[in-house]
Design a binder for this molecule. Structure first.
Ligand code: NAP
Length: 297
């Protein structure tokens, strides 16, 4: 089932046609996102496929498994119509401390848990979430390539890699995509990753296109993230000059801030898909319309 108007782009050499607006599953896990209403979030997720969204991104760390579980429960009846991306490499303990681990044994454990939570026999895109300075990259890519050969994962992607690390990774495995932050306030990718993806024919998956709500016009200029709000770790919110620059940019926008911000990302042809966390139905509807209009112009 596809929405009449959603746009699709090819995700690098995978050949997969992914919706330009992708579903970001972080806020669905609720942890670090105060104020998320799980019932409304599920209603929104359920409506995505009808709107033409076929690309769903999550990670074990989002809500410590909860985001994967909810995605699995919601999408299992339509598995062949959706492209599921998840990640590996961030592990947590009983006290909630998070550690990098991209060792062979850890990945074998993580993939088993992700498949169970997502209620699926395979993952379409399995991504290294963050580099792990303590594990040789070759070890990680070797086990990922084995999982691909076994059909447990269809494609390998990386996230939060430097261009140098990506060059190195490409020597050891067939990587199809990179996932990086990109929005009107965080444009570093224009200098390196976007041209690199264009040159190498890799997919570029944009995350935080709305700068975690700042570019959605959701905050007043005196907003301070609370203790349990993951935005307190985001440099755009930690640095008051950067935050004020974001607020000023939003104030100067002529139409809906979210629409303008998503249109900015959509105009980058090297972007295969932009992932947006949407836990309110009105946001899903608005964003689908914005994407289509952005590409009409
Ligand atoms: N690889 C990585 O390290 C990494 C890092 C960050 C994110 N990601 C991925 O990228 C996804 C998206 O990034 P993100 O969650 O950081 O930030 P984001 O999508 O830029 O921002 C999400 C926030 O924007 C709000 N929003 C959505 N549509 C809106 C609209 N039309 N108007 C106003 N506000 C709107 C959401 O509100 P509601 O929830 O209330 O609808 C939510 O609070 C994540 O879910 C995750 O899949 C990956």
């Amino acid at each position: 089932m596809r929405g009449d108007a959603m746009l699709y782009r090819t995700l690098g050499p995978s050949g997969m046609q992914v919706s330009l607006l992708g579903y970001g599953g972080w806020a669905l896990g609720k942890k670090g996102w105060p104020g998320v209403d799980e019932k409304e979030a599920l209603k929104t997720l359920e409506a995505c496929v009808g709107q033409g969204i076929n690309f769903f991104d999550t990670a074990p760390i989002y809500g410590f498994g909860r985001s994967e579980e909810l995605l699995g429960e919601t999408l299992c009846g339509m598995r062949s119509q959706v492209i599921i991306a998840t990640k590996c490499g961030l592990r947590w303990n009983d006290r909630g401390y998070v550690k990098h681990n991209l060792s062979r044994d850890s990945i074998l454990l993580e993939i088993e848990q992700s498949l169970r939570r997502l209620k699926t026999a395979y993952i379409d895109l399995y991504q290294i979430h963050w580099p792990d300075p303590h594990t040789p990259l070759e070890e990680t890519l070797e086990i990922l390539s084995e999982l691909k050969d076994q059909g447990v994962i269809r494609h390998i992607g990386v996230s939060n890699f430097s261009p140098e690390l990506l060059e190195n990774a490409l020597i050891h495995a067939g990587i199809v995509s990179v996932q990086q932050p990109y929005n009107m306030l965080q444009r570093e990718a224009e200098a390196d990753m976007l041209p690199m993806c264009r040159r190498l024919g890799l997919g570029f998956i944009c995350y935080s296109p709305l700068a975690q709500g700042l570019l959605g016009g959701n905050f007043s200029d005196d907003f301070k993230p609370g203790r349990h709000d993951m935005r307190r770790l985001n440099p755009l919110y930690r640095n008051s000059a950067k935050f004020k620059a974001g607020i000023a940019l939003v104030h100067n926008m002529k139409t809906s801030p979210a629409a303008e911000s998503l249109a900015f990302v959509a105009r980058q042809e090297a972007v295969s898909s932009m992932l947006v966390s949407m836990t309110q139905r009105k946001h899903l509807d608005e964003n689908c319309t914005s994407i289509v209009h952005a590409c009409d112009r």
